[in-house]
Write a protein that binds this ligand. Structure first.
Ligand SMILES: C[S@@+](CC[C@H](N)C(=O)[O-])C[C@H]1O[C@@H](n2cnc3c(N)ncnc32)[C@H](O)[C@@H]1O
Length: 222
């Protein structure tokens, strides 16, 4: 297993959003945060040999981080086709040989089957066996009005699809995330604080960059 810094370096080539949409909260996860999240997941046995799904993949940062750690397969899902085009280019830049697919879909209504359906023998190619599913995501926080509670809907998809999930939320989300997990057959098994260094990319940002306090949660789903 490579080090976190080696993984962050490989992810340094991932290009960001060309024309970020504020309503979709399109800002990139910094490579060091993405590398740390994937490294933690890998140490827990949640990446190598697993099916990894990145909800709201954008230009593919988390999906490609997972792709560099020997997963069975990776699926990156985003509602906007533009960043998915960049994600495909990023896949070439990163140089992974993993089985990676990019899917345009609403991650709150993903066209992938739930765990229950897949174990019943559904023929969806993304669920052709009993391989555990790890969801990774840095969803919209719901900070913009049009997206209020967006992270709740993403968590609901994780509850439906994932064996375990790793999700980035804004700081002070622990009560919300823990009670959501509790109510939906999950349990938070790990949490840590992180900082999101965001470039200035929207008109209402008045500094060249800003740091947002965030928290990352690992949830094990029943
Ligand atoms: C905060 S960005 C994170 C991007 C990327 N995961 C990363 O780590 O750099 C949130 C992403 O969620 C996507 N998104 C927002 N609403 C969505 C939805 N309903 N379904 C799928 N993707 C969505 C946005 O287009 C955007 O790419």
């Amino acid at each position: 297993m490579s080090s976190v810094s080696a993984l962050a370096q490989r992810l340094g080539v991932v290009a960001g959003f060309e024309d970020p949409q504020v309503g979709l909260e399109q800002y990139p996860t910094p490579p060091d945060l993405a590398a740390h999240l994937i490294h933690v997941a890998d140490l827990q046995g949640d990446v190598e040999g697993q099916r990894v799904i990145d909800l709201g993949t954008g230009t593919g940062m988390l999906a490609l981080g997972a792709a560099l750690r020997g997963p069975a397969s990776v699926v990156g899902i985003d509602v906007d086709p533009d960043p998915l085009r960049t994600a495909r280019e990023n896949e070439r830049r990163v140089g992974t040989t993993a089985d990676v697919s990019w899917v345009r879909a609403d991650a709150t209504d993903a066209p992938l089957r739930s765990r229950a359906e897949s174990s019943a023998g559904a023929d969806d190619p993304a669920h052709e066996d009993d391989t555990p599913t790890t969801v990774v995501m840095n969803p919209p926080f719901g900070a913009q009005n049009a997206n209020e509670h967006a992270d709740r809907a993403f968590l609901a998809t994780a509850a439906r699809m994932a064996t375990v999930s790793y999700s980035v939320h804004n700081a002070d989300s622990s009560n919300f995330v823990e009670s959501f997990a509790d109510d939906n057959g999950g349990a938070v098994t790990r949490a840590y604080g992180a900082e999101l260094d965001l470039p200035r990319q929207f008109e209402f940002h008045d500094a060249d960059s800003r740091t947002v306090d965030a928290e990352v949660f690992r949830i094990a789903w029943d």
